[in-house]
Ligand binder design. Structure first.
Ligand code: OOG
Ligand code: MG
Length: 260
C-alpha cells in the first residue's frame, strides 16, 4: 500500500497532466505493485483536490461494463469514477485544444429519485428508485500515453473522465425496455458503432446496482438526484478536429456535436 504522501503526489501529477494537456507514463511503470485499492485512494485524492479548487461532482460513472469496452482496453472488471461540473458540455461543441487525445462513447445514464445503499442492491431495486433515464455521450481522455494502462492505473486516473454531453430527452425507465434500447454512433455521416442497452451487464440498471454495491464496500451510497453514467455500450472512437458526431438512441432522442 502506498503512503498518503505518495498518493497525493500521484494525484497531483495526474491533475497536472489533465490541466496542462500532456500524457504521462502509466503509474504501474514506476509502482508495479499498485493495487486496485491504491488506485481508488489516488482517485479519492483527485476528488479532494478538485473540491479544494471549488469544483463539484456532476455525475458518477461506471466503466468497463460492456464486452466492447473490456475487449478494447484489455481489462476484465468494471470500475467507477467521478465526473466534475466543469466537464459537462452544454452546447454542441467539443474544444479539442483543452484535451489530449479524446474518444467518444455512447451511454445510458440514470437520475435517481431515492438514495440507494448497498450491499445487495439489484437492478430491479435500481429501476424502482430511478426517476429518469437520459442518453449521454462520454468523452474519455486518458492522461496515459496512448491510453495504455492497467486497472489500478485507470482507476487512479479517475477512469479517464474528461467531458460529457447529456441529452435532453428524459424518460421514466419503466416506460422503456432499457436492455433493448438501441444506439448508433456516427462520425462525419459514417456509422462507426452500434449496440443495445443489454451490452451493459445485461441491463444498464445492473451497472447502477453494481456501483451501489462497490460504494458500500467503502461506506458510501448513491444519493437522490444523482446522475450516473452506466458505461459505454459501444467501443470508444477517437476524435479529430472538424469531426461531426451524431448518436441516436431508440426512444431517448439524439446528441450531436462538432469537434472544434
Ligand atoms: C476508461 C473509461 C471507461 C466506460 O464507459 O467503459 C469508461 C477508458 O476506457 O479509458 O468510461
Ligand atoms: Mg464511459
Amino acid at each position: 500500500m502506498l503512503s498518503d504522501q505518495i498518493n497525493r503526489t500521484l494525484a497531483e501529477k495526474l491533475i497536472d497532466a489533465e490541466v496542462n494537456k500532456h500524457e504521462v507514463i502509466k503509474l504501474t511503470a514506476e509502482y508495479p505493485e499498485l493495487s486496485i485499492e491504491d488506485g481508488y485512494r489516488i482517485q479519492d485524492e483527485i476528488v479532494a483536490i478538485k473540491a479544494e479548487q471549488g469544483y463539484q461532482v456532476f455525475a458518477m460513472k461506471m466503466g468497463f461494463t460492456s464486452m466492447a469496452k473490456m475487449k478494447q482496453m484489455n481489462v476484465d472488471e468494471p470500475i467507477y469514477g467521478y465526473i466534475f461540473d466543469y466537464m459537462a458540455v452544454d452546447r454542441g461543441e467539443l474544444s479539442l485544444s483543452e484535451l489530449i487525445h479524446p474518444k467518444v462513447e455512447a451511454e445510458i445514464a440514470f437520475i435517481l429519485g431515492k438514495d440507494i445503499e448497498g450491499p445487495g442492491i439489484t437492478g430491479a431495486q435500481v429501476l424502482a428508485a430511478t426517476d429518469y433515464v437520459v442518453p449521454a455521450l462520454e468523452i474519455i481522455d486518458s492522461r496515459y500515453q496512448n491510453f495504455q494502462f492497467t486497472l489500478p492505473d485507470v482507476i487512479a486516473d479517475n477512469t479517464s473522465s474528461s467531458r460529457v454531453f447529456v441529452g435532453s430527452t428524459m424518460r421514466n425507465p419503466l416506460e422503456l425496455d432499457l436492455d433493448l434500447v438501441g444506439v448508433t454512433l456516427s462520425i462525419n455521416g459514417e456509422m462507426k458503432d452500434l449496440g443495445a442497452g443489454a451490452a451493459v451487464l445485461g441491463h444498464p440498471a445492473n451497472s447502477v446496482a453494481m456501483l451501489a454495491n462497490m460504494l458500500a464496500r467503502r461506506g458510501r451510497k448513491l444519493k437522490a438526484g444523482q446522475l450516473i453514467l452506466t458505461g459505454g455500450i459501444t467501443g470508444a472512437h477517437q476524435l479529430y478536429e472538424g469531426d461531426v458526431v451524431s448518436a441516436k438512441w431508440d426512444g431517448l432522442g439524439s446528441i450531436d456535436f462538432t469537434v472544434k
